[in-house]
Design a protein around this ligand. Structure first.
Ligand SMILES: [Zn+2]
Length: 239
């Protein structure tokens, strides 16, 4: 992973001072220009939130959920981590599991999106775990991607740069499976009150493909039908 990065032609890195100046200047612009323009919205949001979806994605700086879905403050309840991982229920009472339970039980979100992305460094590290020798915490976290790793290694015949895009997709499918082990999610899926979605965002083209549970493949999100990873509900018509 580090070797590849050193080969790329990146612009010279800004100094720490320059970086901070950019961030603070950005805040000043927000406070002086953007905030006054949307004052009514922020006033409405001051005391409550009712997000239209939970969005679980990678921490990668190039993925900006609000930008790619053109969402406003208050629209998305976002959880980000390295590799857009959802630990299976009961294994890890960490931030992701807590956020899922809160989003479903307290905020009553109707949609949960798990969004991976092209060129994901975490997935590249899943392929070449030698890069993680000095990062034991990342290594431990990415064990939640072991399912996807095995699926690709055994079904594609190899696990390398050539199959990175397949791994990225399989990781989204694996994390959707993990998502369904959470009781709050499973219950509302069964009753038809929650919908889950698995997306892969392409950084270079801006395209998104979404997993369709019925056909078992990824389709363009902006095609004729909107693909969904939601399984058929079992209780909705039994009242
Ligand atoms: Zn990533």
């Amino acid at each position: 992973m580090r070797k590849r990065q050193s080969k790329k032609k990146l612009p010279p890195r800004e100094t720490a001072e320059e970086a901070l100046i950019q961030i603070v200047e950005g805040f000043k612009k927000f406070r002086e220009v953007v905030f006054p323009e949307q004052q009514e919205l922020f006033k409405r949001l001051a005391s409550s939130q009712q997000p239209r979806a939970m969005f679980i994605t990678c921490a990668d700086a190039r993925v900006v959920p609000e930008l790619i879905t053109q969402s406003s403050p208050g629209d998305l309840f976002i959880t980000r981590n390295v590799g857009n991982v959802v630990p299976p229920y009961g294994q890890n009472n960490g931030g992701v599991s807590t956020a899922i339970e809160y989003a479903v039980m307290a905020l009553n979100v109707q949609h949960i999106v798990v969004c991976g992305h092209s060129n994901c460094g975490a997935m590249r590290a899943v392929i070449d775990q030698n890069t993680l020798e000095t990062m034991p915490t990342v290594k431990a976290w990415l064990r939640h991607c072991e399912v996807a790793r095995t699926v690709v290694a055994e079904n594609c015949g190899c696990l390398n740069e050539e199959t990175l895009d397949v791994l990225i997709e399989e990781n989204v499918i694996a994390q959707l499976d993990h998502l369904r082990t959470h009781p709050s999610v499973a219950s509302r899926l069964a009753s038809g009150h929650l919908f889950i979605h698995g997306w892969v965002y392409d950084i270079e083209t801006g395209a998104i493909k979404a997993f369709d549970d019925e056909i078992g493949n990824f389709l363009p999100l902006d095609g004729d039908i909107t693909p969904t990873a939601t399984p058929r509900s079992r209780f909705i018509d039994r009242d």
